[in-house]
Design a protein around this ligand. Sequence first.
Ligand SMILES: C[S@@+](CC[C@H](N)C(=O)[O-])C[C@H]1O[C@@H](n2cnc3c(N)ncnc32)[C@H](O)[C@@H]1O
Length: 257
Amino acid sequence: MNFIKQHVVGFLNRYRLGNSISKDSYFNKTAQLSSLELLKSPRRTAIINYFITLLDAKYYLEIGVRDPKKNFDRILCNNKYSVDPGIEFLDNPVDFKMTSDLFFENLKRDELKIKSDIKFDVIYIDGLHISHQVDRDILNSLECLKDNGVIILHDCNPPSEFHQRESYDFMYSPARNFWNGTTWKAFYKFRHQNDLFSICFDADWGVGIISRKKHPFFNNIEAKVQNEFYEFSVLNKFRKEHLNLCSFEKWTELIEK
Ligand SMILES: C[S@@+](CC[C@H](N)C(=O)[O-])C[C@H]1O[C@@H](n2cnc3c(N)ncnc32)[C@H](O)[C@@H]1O
């Protein structure tokens, strides 16, 4: 009897939760923001390939690969290398089955099949989406990036505070399973460095580009309002300026004129 009671109560709770979620304005607004983001173009792969062509890139590195069919296999570069510890995709057919921290450590010690003095033209960072990790990935990448190379980061423009939650696993989030993590914080931090220039393309959850070379319309931050405490509400109000957010189509039109 207790068993049946437990199931009936469980069912009623889920029903009530489902009903209140569908009436909750946060859930509805966040769902709309996710849908709008999915409609944006181009996808990250097209942007990465654009920079590969622009720089006539010979060496490409991808940190965080998951299923290579989705992006890595579509990158048009002769020498491509991939790093992933295999957390989300068990097959994990990558060159270096390890975390990015271990990869860079081994690279510095010359313990990999590639030489420690290798310089990449394009490094795409899409591993663990937590600001501290992204911060280390950017720092390490700068050490093995060609002078005119670019670092490309996925997930720099979270549409809502729920998309930028720290924990991916919170499944009752209004963002559901969409997750950009706190990557934007690392990107925003590096935008304060005056020897680096950046832009964030408003497509595919924000594709951030960091470069030592000042490409047209790349800049570093001179915002009057700073986001000292890395609050989402401040990012949301000033995202154009704080991320240097720009449409990819508009940017390519301007630079190809
Ligand atoms: C968002 S997926 C990558 C998606 C892929 N880059 C794409 O564009 O389709 C994130 C990947 O990062 C990997 N990952 C998690 N922690 C990592 C770490 N510390 N170093 C490198 N990769 C990591 C996960 O195993 C997962 O496969």
